[in-house]
Design a protein around this ligand. Structure first.
Ligand SMILES: [Cu+2]
Length: 405
């Protein structure tokens, strides 16, 4: 395949990721791609994503022709970045998210006394596969129960790494997911946020300009109900359920405002194009996994990794608390991008990576059993059904049929 010509075509027509007609397994070899952007507006990470989109189609059409008849380049969904949404598409998405926050929880009160709406849940599994399923189920629920016609957007970290507060997703406008928290009501006496913990920080994030309740944009009256569990924000009231042994830890009702402290200090260092490209060039799943999560000795060497850095790009409450963070509607933008980056890495070398798995069955528990492709996943009461991790390894198979632009 003439790589240079294909990449040229991608850059000229980024919306048409049609794989060239091919009968042999010829993939774009990213290790020889010249990913130096022709213009400063083009991100290296996006060039790799475009190569991944083509490779995935070649791989699916050749290795899984039966599935390719059902889900192919003509009927797959293409998830897009928020900045690429039109004003009316943004308003439709915002309306659907607000609608979902008013849907009553399906989780019984004895399982989650504080749950107030459909997506007030705590539940985790093998990090990447589980979040792929979780984000997809969220998209499905917006569509099925709130009449949303579009698809889940993502937040392209490197594009806004130098100034996340100016991104269309976080600029506080009527078409954003809300802006920064107020500077005036931040926690007094708190000068930094510590990673991995406030008590024993390896990385200390200085305060941004916010820290208080979000009061701009369509989510200024947003309510956070659950948690905190592992918060860094010292003024967040404690959850009434503090018992680790009864399964209710953090699930009591603790209704409060949404807080953010947007941190360009964090995003400019750990979610820039160079960092994301380095992550995408990881040799194997273990390397990719650790690089994403802050390194094998987590957060040593002053390295945060894109996952943690994304959370601390908005910080606050519950953004900085991994367990409660889906309580911030921006969470699904960040995890959409996590999924896109994983999808990119998988499809740069689909033959060897589609079923590459690493990690335990719970993100936060490194002593839990290692996940296998046959392990099942569910979303508790929030979404019906069970799938296996294997079902979640390809975005064009299992219950899914989507790709990324
Ligand atoms: Cu996360």
């Amino acid at each position: 395949m003439r790589t240079a010509a294909v990449i040229g075509a991608i850059l000229l027509a980024p919306a048409s990721f049609a794989a060239p007609q091919t009968t042999s397994e010829e993939y774009l070899d990213y290790s020889v791609l010249n990913t130096t952007p022709a213009s400063s507006n083009v991100l290296q990470a996006d060039i790799l994503a475009a190569a991944a989109a083509i490779n995935q189609q070649i791989y699916q059409s050749i290795t899984n022709p039966t599935q390719w008849k059902k889900c192919n380049r003509n009927n797959a969904i293409y998830r897009r970045e928020w900045a690429a949404f039109s004003t009316s598409e943004k308003k439709d998405y915002i309306k659907a998210v607000q609608c979902m926050s008013k849907l009553p929880p399906k989780t019984p009160k004895d399982k989650c006394p504080g749950c107030q709406n459909r997506y007030d849940i705590h539940n985790t599994g093998n990090f990447l596969a589980w979040h792929r399923y979780f984000t997809w189920a969220y998209e499905q629920t917006l569509r099925k129960e709130c009449g949303y016609k579009g698809y889940q957007p993502y937040y392209n970290w490197p594009r806004w790494a130098s100034n996340p507060a100016a991104s269309p997703a976080l600029d506080g406008s009527a078409t954003s997911m809300g802006g920064n928290g107020l500077g005036g009501d931040r926690c007094t006496n708190q000068t930094f946020y510590g990673i991995p913990t406030q008590a024993q920080p390896l990385i200390s994030i200085p305060h941004g300009a916010g820290g208080g309740c979000v009061n701009s944009g369509p989510f200024s009256d947003w309510k956070v109900n659950l948690g905190p569990v592992f918060t860094d924000v010292t003024c967040t009231p404690s959850n009434p359920e503090q018992d680790f042994t009864n399964g209710l830890m953090g699930l009591g009702r603790n209704t409060r405002c949404l807080r953010r402290d947007i941190s360009a200090w964090t995003s400019s260092q750990w979610t820039n194009d160079q960092q994301v490209t380095k992550l995408l060039k990881s040799r194997d799943m273990k390397t990719f996994w650790y690089d994403m999560q802050g390194g094998e000795n987590a957060f040593s060497n002053n390295f945060m990794g894109v996952h943690t850095a994304g959370h601390f790009t908005i910080g606050g409450d519950p953004g900085s608390d991994f367990v409660s963070s889906p309580g911030d509607p921006w969470f699904f933008f960040h995890h959409g991008q996590i999924d896109r980056v994983w999808w990119t890495w998988q499809n740069l070398d689909p033959k060897h990576r589609v079923n590459a798995i690493y990690g335990t069955i719970f993100l936060a528990n490194t002593t839990a059993p290692n996940a296998t492709l046959e392990d099942s996943m569910n979303l508790g009461y929030a979404y019906p059904g069970t799938i296996t991790i294997r079902d979640a390894m390809s975005t064009l198979a299992g219950p899914f049929c989507y790709s990324y632009i």
